[in-house]
Design a protein around this ligand. Sequence first.
Ligand SMILES: [Zn+2]
Length: 134
Amino acid sequence: MLDFYPLENDQYTRINQFFGNLKEGHLTTTRCKRCAKLLWPPRIVCPKCLSDELEWVDLGTKGELYAFTEMRLGAPLGFVQDLPFCIGIVKIAGLLISTRIDNAKYDELKIGDKLDLKIVELEDGRAFYRFRKL
Ligand SMILES: [Zn+2]
């Protein structure tokens, strides 16, 4: 994966709490305190009303498969050794989130499958999210 900057650091991004929450096992995003819009990805300003008064919201761990495909070629640098793998869109807390899907091959997935959050710790100590088939 091309990774020129340690973007999870609070020196580089004001959504660094997202990554800190992931390390603690929570997939979170921001919600606008003024208009209550749930934002994905996490933001520092609400695109609907331009308020910067946002709060962190835990999205839970249970999602539903909304769309999916299998990546067979052209994976980003750092993922080539994992080919083939499934990617898709998961519906969680009313949001549609793109994600990698573990624990299932393409032929084993169907729209509506129940998926569970999976936190992946990278070798350098950072964390990211995926989902896995139950
Ligand atoms: Zn708003």
